[in-house]
Design a protein around this ligand. Structure first.
Ligand code: SAM
Length: 319
């Protein structure tokens, strides 16, 4: 263990000043990540650090000691809402040196100022209202700009509703697709729903309570009634609930009970397409021919319809 350690009441040695597996020169202050061109972390930047700090998604007990330390040590804390983050800091018994509002509307405008402060060697922390910054929350632009300018990026991980819901869903979690919030309307929504419908991996979606019913309805239309879904509600809070069923039963449920609280929808992946046999291909070619297509066109149509190579369809059409 590279960092100092202390014996705790359970007799175990715990690191007190750095990450467990940190190399010796990175033991204090957490792991460091330099620019991708090999410039040592902070070397170009005069030591400025951007620190992404995870915060609870509903249960203050999930605020980690490391998050508290990072917020207390920052020269500036960027947050979505100063009152909300102020309450969190108060709960932790710390006073931030300076809070600045950085939300979806102001993040891009904040970038130059944050880069200037990192350039002066300051430490800038980023939190969102809940969970991990950058996950359907501000943070991404600041990280991209700071990393691009060669500053050190650090993460103090905390809970995220997506991962919390996924691991409790019982659906395959080895590979999954995070979709965040679907576009609210228009072709963007239609296209995303079509992509979700054929996605083979488990899909994790965020949704506001007053839109859960409509989104489940749209998912039902896109994916069919039998697709399994888990509605993860009020995670880590008093009324935490994991409801499991099919899309058809989920739609029926939310029409009975008006959704309240925060929701993550975890959707089972699309089933593997059924194997296309020679008989399927011959039947598709025969249908196209019967409708008046030439052999060449019938082969092309059948191949496109069933997603098989034209060569295979042609061989069957001419055997
Ligand atoms: N950055 C956050 C994270 O890491 O999870 C997500 C922020 S996003 C603006 C808010 C959405 O996350 C909510 O609409 C809901 O879908 C989901 N969410 C957040 N907290 C939740 C909770 N305690 N239970 C269920 N869903 C939650």
């Amino acid at each position: 263990m590279s960092s100092s350690s202390a014996s705790t009441s359970d007799g175990a040695d715990r690191p007190i000043d750095g990450p467990i597996d940190a190399p010796i020169d990175a033991a204090v202050g957490g792991a460091t990540h330099g620019a991708t061109d090999g410039t040592p972390a902070g070397a170009r930047s005069g030591g400025g650090r951007l620190v992404l700090v995870g915060t609870p998604i509903g249960n203050l007990g999930d605020l980690t000691p490391r998050s508290v330390d990072a917020l207390a040590a920052a020269d500036l804390v960027c947050c979505e809402d100063t009152r909300r983050t102020g309450r969190l800091l108060q709960h932790a018994g710390i006073r931030a040196r300076e809070l600045r509002v950085v939300n979806d509307h102001t993040e891009d405008r904040a970038v130059d100022d944050v880069l200037a402060r990192l350039g002066r060697g300051e430490t800038v922390a980023v939190v969102s209202d809940a969970g991990m910054p950058g996950i359907s929350d501000p943070g991404e632009s600041l990280v991209a700009a700071a990393a691009g300018a060669g500053f050190t990026i650090e993460v103090v991980p905390g809970p995220s509703a997506a991962i919390t819901a996924l691991v409790a869903s019982g659906l395959p979690a080895g590979r999954f697709a995070f979709e965040g919030f679907l576009p609210r309307k228009g072709s963007g929504r239609t296209e995303r729903l079509a992509a979700v419908a054929v996605e083979r991996r488990t899909v994790v979606l965020y949704e506001a309570p007053h839109r859960v019913a409509r989104t489940l309805d749209d998912l039902l239309r896109a994916c069919g009634p039998d697709r399994r879904v888990v509605l993860a509600r009020e995670l880590t809070k008093l009324h935490e609930e994991h409801w499991r069923g099919t899309l058809a039963s989920a739609v029926a449920r939310v029409s009975d009970i008006e959704p309240r609280g925060e929701y993550v929808l975890v959707l089972d992946g699309a089933p593997a397409p059924a194997e296309v046999t020679d008989d399927h291909i011959v039947a598709a070619i025969d249908r196209a021919r019967a409708a008046g297509a030439s052999t060449r066109d019938a082969v092309a149509e059948a191949a496109a319809e069933l997603g098989v190579p034209k060569r295979r369809a042609y061989a069957l059409a001419t055997r």
